[in-house]
Design a binder for this molecule. Structure first.
Ligand code: TYC
Length: 101
């Protein structure tokens, strides 16, 4: 009978890396009403009125503002949904995504 009890000489150690996070970025424009931007931020990103107002005013003053970070799929879905909410009302409101460094 063959000896089947030999100890394996190599060990497999799997290293799992965390998924890279992606930023959702709000872009300013001259047409979308401030209150509408706040409404979208509250609905899609579960922000309070206060948080949403701060993000909106930062984008308004500086041109862009990071809204939040998520895994890539979630970031892209939320950016698309939020952008579509503006488009449905005829506004050029734009959310983009980019990977975190
Ligand atoms: N600049 C817009 C206005 O004055 C408001 C606004 C803020 C639009 C932030 C987009 O990402 C934005 N009505």
């Amino acid at each position: 009978m063959a000896d089947t009890t030999a100890t394996p000489k190599t060990k497999v150690k799997t290293k799992t890396e965390r998924p890279r996070l992606h930023k959702v970025i709000l872009i300013n424009d001259d047409y979308t009403p401030r209150e509408f931007v706040v409404t979208v931020l509250k609905a899609e990103f579960r922000m309070t009125e206060d948080q949403a107002h701060k993000v909106m005013i930062t984008a308004h003053r500086r041109g862009v503002c990071v809204v939040a970070v998520f895994t890539r799929d979630v970031a892209e879905t939320k950016a698309t949904r939020a952008t579509d909410a503006g488009r449905a009302k005829g506004y050029p409101l734009l959310f983009t995504t980019e990977p975190e460094e």
